[in-house]
Design a protein around this ligand. Structure first.
Ligand code: COA
Length: 230
């Protein structure tokens, strides 16, 4: 009797640091499609342009390893609010960069988002908390010991951004509308009504290094999580 093959859900996080060299650029450039090349041409800063080219090249190489195809042949389109996606394949991705760090999340489930930010003190943090956090999150953050505030701010921030990237809407949806449960920080206690139940979404906190906060959000409760190096 044939055994039924059960497909596992996976969420893979690829992490790497940029080492930009002019020569490497050319190899990645050859992998990009016309839209990506057009967008690359809009960067006035050479370092940002190189980063974009290299990131898109790496994304294509990684996606090709899942699809067993040629990186150049993968059709990447852009959604209404800027989220890139692979056309007509059951593979989903999202990416984020901060400084020289790059994270790319790949999954066989839709609605996946990732964000990474350097944790650095800024005088504007209390004002950002007032603007982007909900009342419960504000009370939780205000009650933290001073030395934990910067780190915790970014932990909450990346979870919120990963959510708005998972739904593909971006920050226009309102970061204060995505509320993390301070007592169970892998789940939301509230999200905008258009995106279903808060408890259908899962937050994965990722520890990459102590100066950066990173989180993945997925509308998917059962999956195997893997971390991989680019
Ligand atoms: C998406 C967004 C949250 C990114 O924030 P960020 O912290 O500055 O940047 P990150 O490094 O974390 O992420 C950037 C990547 O997110 C992806 N991205 C862009 N827009 C996205 C969206 N709406 N949803 C999910 N991912 C998105 C892209 O891959 C982008 O990298 P790339 O340009 O190199 O391909 C923010 O730019 C945003 O809200 N954009 C939406 C803007 C919008 O509403 N536009 C309206 C019409 S186009």
């Amino acid at each position: 009797m044939m055994k039924e093959v059960v497909k596992s859900n996976f969420v893979d996080l690829w992490y790497g640091e940029f080492l930009l060299k002019d020569t490497e650029d050319k190899d990645y450039w050859a992998l990009l499609n016309q839209c990506e090349k057009k967008k690359a041409a809009t960067f006035s800063r050479k370092d940002l342009q190189q980063k974009y080219i290299k990131t898109r090249g790496i994304v294509r190489i990684i996606l090709a390893s899942y699809l067993n195809s040629d990186p150049k042949k993968i059709i990447i389109k852009t959604g209404e609010y800027g989220k890139p996606f692979v056309l007509d394949e059951e593979i989903y991705f999202n990416l984020s960069h901060t400084g020289n760090k790059l994270v790319i999340v790949v999954s066989n489930c839709t609605n996946v988002g990732v964000d990474i930010e350097k944790c650095r003190f800024r005088k504007s943090l209390p004002a950002l908390v007032e603007k982007c956090f909900s009342d419960t999150e504000i009370s939780y953050w205000n009650a933290l010991p001073e030395k934990q505030k910067t780190h915790m701010f970014f932990r909450f921030w990346v979870r919120k951004e990963a959510f708005v990237k998972a739904i593909g809407r971006g920050i226009a949806v309102g970061l204060n509308q995505c509320v993390i449960n301070p007592d169970n920080q892998n789940y939301f206690s509230y999200i905008p009504i258009d995106y279903g139940f808060a408890l259908d979404w899962k937050i994965i906190d990722v520890l990459l290094d102590e100066n950066a906060a990173c989180a993945i959000v997925t509308k998917n409760l059962e999956f195997i999580f893997n971390q991989k190096l680019i």
